[in-house]
Every structure is written in structure tokens, then in C-alpha cells.
Design a protein. Structure first.
Length: 99
């Protein structure tokens, strides 16, 4: 995901999240597990997650959109943390010579 600006970062995250949710709702195992892991890490309990999956699979568009929004938010947070870790790494001088 590219992160040129906050708006573009969120737009890209929304597209990635939509793809992940659609795959998870069709039964794709890896996207489904990733979604559950992300939603659990943000404080959702298992019953709420299962309820959203069930509702979305039964045609509740609001539940599907909530799942996409939650995933997009988590992706942005994840990328922001990755970017900060990279910035912190660039501040650390690394000696390339031998001691």
C-alpha cells in the first residue's frame, strides 16, 4: 500500500480492506483469519466478530461496510506504525567498518 498522503493512504487502505473482506466472506481462509486477528487485537470479542460475519454473509450491507471500515482503520494504523519503525531505524547510525 502506498502512503503518499493521509487521504490517499486511507483510500488505498479502504480498497485493500474491501478486497480482504470480500475474500473472507467468500470463505477464503487466510483473509478471514487475518480479519479475525485484526479485529480481536482492536478489542472486538469473538461473538461480535462472528455476528458481523454472519450478518454480512446474510446480506446485511451495513455489517459488511463496518467490517471494511474497521479493517481499513487497522491497516492505516499498521502502516503508520511500520513507517515510524522505519523512521526510527534510519536515525540509528550503523557502523559499516570493523572495530
Amino acid at each position: 500500500m502506498e502512503t503518499h498522503s493521509d487521504g490517499q493512504c486511507f483510500a488505498n487502505a479502504f480498497a485493500v480492506a474491501e478486497d480482504q473482506v470480500n475474500l473472507a466472506l467468500t470463505g477464503a481462509l487466510v483473509p478471514g483469519l487475518r480479519m479475525v486477528q485484526i479485529l480481536r487485537s482492536t478489542g472486538f470479542d469473538r461473538l461480535h466478530i462472528q455476528s458481523m460475519f454472519d450478518d454480512a454473509r446474510h446480506g446485511n450491507h451495513h455489517a459488511r461496510l463496518r467490517m471494511i471500515e474497521f479493517m481499513a482503520d487497522a491497516i492505516v494504523v499498521e502502516k503508520d506504525l511500520d513507517a515510524r519503525e522505519f523512521e526510527n531505524d534510519t536515525d540509528d547510525p550503523i557502523s559499516m567498518g570493523t572495530s
